[in-house]
Ligand binder design. Structure first.
Ligand code: ASP
Ligand code: CP
Length: 327
C-alpha cells in the first residue's frame, strides 16, 4: 500500500467499520500481527463460520471485487479466497495462469498490480520470488494480500494453521508443536513458527540436515525466549508432540534433482507412526501432500488436514471483510 491511498472518510455509512485496524491494510508477513489482532481475526472467522453454516452466503462484500493473481500453482489458496469472496457476495477476477495474461508479454509485477487495482478492491498475490508481495504493495494503492512469496512467507496459511490448532486443541499456550519435512523451503512453516512465537509454546524442528529450518528465524525465536529443538528423526519428539505439522519436500525449489531424490521420502506418516503419538495429537499438513502422509491415516480422528482447509475459508472471509472495512 503506498502513501497515496485515500484516507477513510469521516462520514461512513452505518455498518461500515473503516476505522477498524485492518481496513485498507496489506497482509504481507506475520510480523505485522499482535496477539490481540489474532484473537480478533479468529473471532470474526468464527462468526463467518456461523453465517456460512446458517445461510451459506450473504452480502457483506456485495459490489466488491477481488483480483486473484497467481504466478505459481494453487488449489486451496486460490479457490478458498474465491469461495470466501463469493460467500460474502463479492466477485473475483481470476488470473491463475499468468501465461495467458500480459505477464507473458513481459509486463512487470508493478504494472500488473497497477492494472488490476483499476478494476478490483483488493489483490491476492502468489509469486515465486521472496519479497514479491512487498514489492507489489509498494506500487499498489489497493491492499495486497500475500498468498505465498517463494520460500518467504505464507501469512494467511499461518493464520488458518493457528486457527486450526485453537479449534482442534482448544488452546495454543502450553503446547509442544513439531514441524516436520522441508523446513528450509517451506514458506508455511516460516510463517507459522513466527506466529507461534507470540505464544508460550515449545517447538521441535525435524528435517534432513540439508533442509533445516532457517538460522535467521531460529535467532528470532531465541530473541523471544522460545524453547526449540532440532532433530533429524521424528521418533525423538513424536511422543511428546501435541501438534505434528507435516510438510511436502518443495520439489520446485531444488536446482539439483539428485538432492531432491535423496530427501523426498525422508518421512512418511502411516497408521504405525501414529501408534507412537498422543491420543489427542493434532496432525496437520498445509497440503498438497505427495506421500508424506499415507491415505490410511485419513480416517484417524487426529488427522486434521481436511478440516484445516475448511477453517482456511473462514479465516480468509474474515480477512477480506476486515481489509475491506466490513468487519
Ligand atoms: N501449499 C503450500 C504452499 O504453497 C504448501 C506446499 O505447496 O507444499 O506453500
Ligand atoms: N496450502 C496451500 O497453500 O495450498 P495451495 O498451494 O493448493 O494453494
Amino acid at each position: 500500500m503506498n502513501a497515496n491511498r485515500p484516507q477513510p472518510s469521516p462520514h461512513l455509512p452505518l455498518g461500515d467499520r473503516r476505522d477498524a485496524p485492518f481496513y485498507g491494510r496489506d497482509i504481507l508477513e506475520v510480523a505485522q500481527f499482535r496477539r490481540a489482532d489474532l484473537s480478533h481475526i479468529f473471532g470474526v472467522a468464527r462468526e463467518m463460520r456461523e453465517m456460512v453454516l446458517r445461510v451459506g452466503s450473504f452480502d457483506l462484500l456485495k459490489g466488491k471485487i477481488l483480483a486473484s493473481l497467481f504466478y505459481e500453482p494453487s488449489t486451496r489458496t486460490a479457490s478458498s479466497f474465491t469461495a470466501a469472496m463469493e460467500r460474502l457476495g463479492g466477485s473475483v477476477i481470476p488470473i491463475s495462469e499468468v501465461r495467458y495474461s500480459s505477464v507473458s508479454k513481459g509486463e512487470s509485477l508493478p504494472d500488473t498490480v497497477r492494472t488490476l487495482e483499476c478494476y478490483a478492491d483488493v489483490i491476492v498475490l502468489r509469486h515465486p520470488e521472496v519479497g514479491a508481495a512487498k514489492l507489489a504493495a509498494k506500487y499498489a494503492r489497493k491492499p495486497i494480500i500475500n498468498a505465498g512469496d517463494g520460500v518467504g512467507e505464507h501469512p494467511t496459511q499461518a493464520l488458518l494453521d493457528l486457527f486450526t490448532i485453537i479449534e482442534e486443541a482448544g488452546r495454543i499456550d502450553g503446547l509442544t508443536v513439531t514441524l516436520l519435512g522441508d523446513l528450509k523451503n517451506g514458506r508455511t512453516v516460516h510463517s507459522l513458527a513466527r506466529l507461534l512465537s507470540m505464544y508460550d509454546v515449545k517447538l521441535n524442528f525435524v528435517s534432513p540436515e540439508s533442509l533445516a529450518f532457517p538460522e535467521k528465524i531460529l535467532r528470532e525465536l531465541d530473541e523471544k525466549g522460545i524453547a526449540w529443538e532440532a532433530h533429524t528423526e521424528l521418533e525423538a519428539v513424536l511422543p511428546r508432540s501435541d501438534v505434528l505439522y507435516v510438510t511436502r519436500v518443495q520439489k520446485e525449489r531444488f536446482s539439483d534433482p539428485a538432492h531432491y531424490a535423496r530427501v523426498k521420502d525422508a518421512y512418511v506418516i502411516s497408521p504405525e507412526t501414529l501408534t507412537h503419538a498422543r491420543p489427542r495429537m493434532v496432525l496437520m499438513h498445509p497440503l498438497p501432500r505427495v506421500g508424506e502422509i499415507t491415505m490410511e491415516v485419513d480416517n484417524d480422528p487426529r488427522a486434521a488436514y481436511f478440516r484445516q482447509m475448511e477453517y482456511g475459508m473462514y479465516v480468509r472471509m474474515a480477512l477480506l471483510a476486515m481489509v475491506l472495512g466490513k468487519a
